[in-house]
Design a protein around this ligand. Structure first.
Ligand code: ATP
Length: 230
């Protein structure tokens, strides 16, 4: 039997990106190298379902993501969630990517350790594994240890954990955890710095710093996020 050639996996990094910063970009870059991804697709959420209203409008967060990705051929920016009026949920987005890219294309959903720990609160979370692999990166202040995870997620990790070499051999269904350079950067801290009129420079790309200044973003004290299912 002739085995079909392996397809290089595509990385998917969704986020509010309010604003996008070097923590996101190193996650994308180190995932691409360690997991041998063809490219990473950045997907800013239009109306994030699991938190309060972002500090910047969806079009502004998309523009900042495009500035951050400019000149890097291994990064793609997907505007579909921003252009849609619907609340952003990961499962419908992955279903859209499956329709676009076909059933055989390996997809790797990239998450930081904090986002992964919250997975059981997400809308239709168990369906994620039918649609993509999940690769979880270390993030300062958040444990990747199975014992620190909700029990239902720890059980899924026990069943599905693998290493990077398995990602190209199937389209979906595996979990792997991988270390990245620890960068204790968050969009929350950047918004707070802007609200205090302090410079966020060197936490995010200069083009994004300039965009924030030009549009006078995040000058108001940030709102507390609301806890709702993702
Ligand atoms: P906020 O502070 O507004 O909650 P954030 O900085 O956590 O935002 P998000 O847009 O919510 O950024 O994150 C998108 C994805 O990137 C999530 O999976 C998150 O875990 C991951 N991520 C964000 N910052 C880092 C970081 N410094 N290191 C590793 N992963 C990160």
């Amino acid at each position: 039997m002739v085995r079909s050639p392996e397809l290089a996996p595509l990385g998917i990094l969704g986020g509010t990106f309010d604003p996008i910063h070097f923590g996101h970009l190193r996650l994308a870059e180190e995932a691409r190298q360690q997991l041998r991804l063809a490219r990473v697709r950045l997907i800013p959420a239009g109306r994030p379902a699991h938190r309060g209203a972002p500090g910047a409008r969806a079009e502004q967060r998309l523009a900042m993501t495009q500035l951050a990705a400019a000149g890097n051929a291994t990064l793609e920016v997907d505007a579909a969630e921003v252009l849609s009026n619907a609340p952003s949920y990961t499962v419908p987005t992955l279903e859209r990517l499956r329709r676009e890219l076909g059933a055989q294309q390996p997809l790797v959903l990239l998450l930081g350790a904090d986002a992964f720990a919250g997975l059981p609160t997400w809308h239709r979370w168990r369906s994620l594994f039918e649609l993509a692999h999940i690769a979880v990166a270390t993030r300062p202040g958040h444990s990747l240890d199975t014992h620190a995870l909700p029990p239902e997620l720890a059980a899924v990790c026990d069943e599905r954990s693998t290493d990077a070499s398995a990602l190209a051999t199937s389209p979906a269904g595996c979990i792997l955890r991988f270390p990245i350079t620890p960068l204790d950067i968050s969009a929350t801290a950047i918004r707070s710095a802007c609200a205090r009129l302090e410079s966020p420079r060197y936490l995010l790309p200069d083009g994004v710093v300039d965009y924030i200044a030009q549009h006078r973003l995040y000058r108001e004290a940030p709102c507390e996020p609301e806890e709702e299912p993702s």
